[in-house]
Ligand binder design. Structure first.
Ligand SMILES: C[S@@+](CC[C@H](N)C(=O)[O-])C[C@H]1O[C@@H](n2cnc3c(N)ncnc32)[C@H](O)[C@@H]1O
Length: 309
């Protein structure tokens, strides 16, 4: 298994996360579409009861691993539905009978649950994460079962070749047939068959070489059909490199975060990962609230989509 959170300096440990990100009801926020979605999915109409339900599941998830995004309730907030390629993705789900959507680093899976509610066939959705517990907690959070939300979950480490090995991208249809999704135990049999891959708040967990590794590994899964896409958002920089950012509720520690710029991210996908000219890369920076810094502090996020031409 890879070591988790290699982005943080080695002196920052799980213990340090717990110290700097104590669970705190005050950072709870849920409104608009996300509140309505949670109400609809859970059947809990009362806002206070819903909040108690969420806090209970959050505490269980935090005990699995104390990700700042769990402490900051990011698992309730939509990422995929707000990405520019989302409508195209839903269309692919409707138009391609064999369309498959993969969410990598899915955590509770709120984004793919929204895609399913918006019409992407749930049986054609694969979600994957290092921690299977998060997926189970997703069922608890959304009060669902494998029957009511029949997406396939596959636990695994993205750096484990037995789960996801690096192979060159496909430029013609793979010979191997599409596997029976519910029987999958790793991502490898999906090579060349995945129509759309979503991965948010994920790449920034890793350094430069690991980001390149993940990009190559995902490229080998993507279908060669024009329009197939890989998309997501994560913290990045206006210039490629390592940056020291303050860390924790009180900004008292620092950590270094490797980030691509929109230009270097585009070059990575169009030329290094895929043959130049075979994909279109949209990548733009947006300033957003930081999950890692003190409340109110901002970081740049890369919002991106790689589409097969
Ligand atoms: C910061 S969370 C983001 C979750 C979700 N995508 C979101 O946007 O809310 C990162 C997720 O990546 C998972 N993860 C971390 N390292 C991983 C690895 N090596 N392989 C697979 N998943 C990993 C974590 O368990 C966690 O659920």
């Amino acid at each position: 298994m890879s070591e988790e959170l290699p982005l943080v300096d080695s002196n920052i440990t799980k213990q340090t996360f717990l110290q700097h990100f104590p669970l705190d009801e005050k950072v709870y926020s849920l409104d608009g579409d996300e509140l309505n979605f949670l109400r609809q999915q859970t059947g809990i109409g009362d806002e206070e009861l819903l909040k108690r339900h969420i806090l209970k599941v959050q505490a269980e998830a935090y005990a699995v691993y104390p990700y700042p995004c769990i402490q900051r309730f990011r698992f309730l907030h939509f990422k995929l539905p707000k990405l520019p390629g989302y409508d195209r993705l839903l269309k692919l789900g409707q138009e391609r009978p064999d369309a498959i959507l993969l969410d990598l680093g899915c955590c509770f899976g709120n984004d793919v649950r929204c895609a399913a509610a918006d019409g992407f066939p749930a049986k054609h959705i694969i979600a994957s994460d290092l921690h299977a517990e998060y997926w189970d907690l997703g069922h608890k959070l959304f009060r669902s079962t494998n029957e009511s939300f029949p997406a396939t979950f596959i636990a695994g480490d993205v750096f484990d070749p037995a789960h996801l090995a690096i192979i060159p991208p496909f430029y013609s249809r793979p010979e191997a047939p599409i596997p029976d999704l519910p029987t999958l135990t790793s991502l490898n049999p999906l090579r060349g068959h995945v129509t759309a891959i979503h991965t948010s708040l994920f790449f920034h967990l890793f350094g430069e070489q690991q980001q390149q590794h993940v990009a190559r590994a995902l490229a080998g899964l993507l279908s060669p059909e024009p329009g197939s896409m890989i998309m997501g958002l994560h913290a990045a920089h206006s210039e490629k490199g390592l940056k020291h950012l303050s860390f924790g509720q009180d900004d008292e520690a620092t950590f270094s975060l490797f980030g691509h710029s929109p230009e270097s991210w585009t070059e990575l996908w169009n030329g290094e990962v895929f043959k130049k000219g075979t994909v279109k890369v949209d990548a733009q920076l947006q300033e957003r609230d930081s999950d890692g810094g003190a409340p109110g502090s901002k970081v740049m996020f890369l919002i991106w989509c790689v589409t097969r031409l």
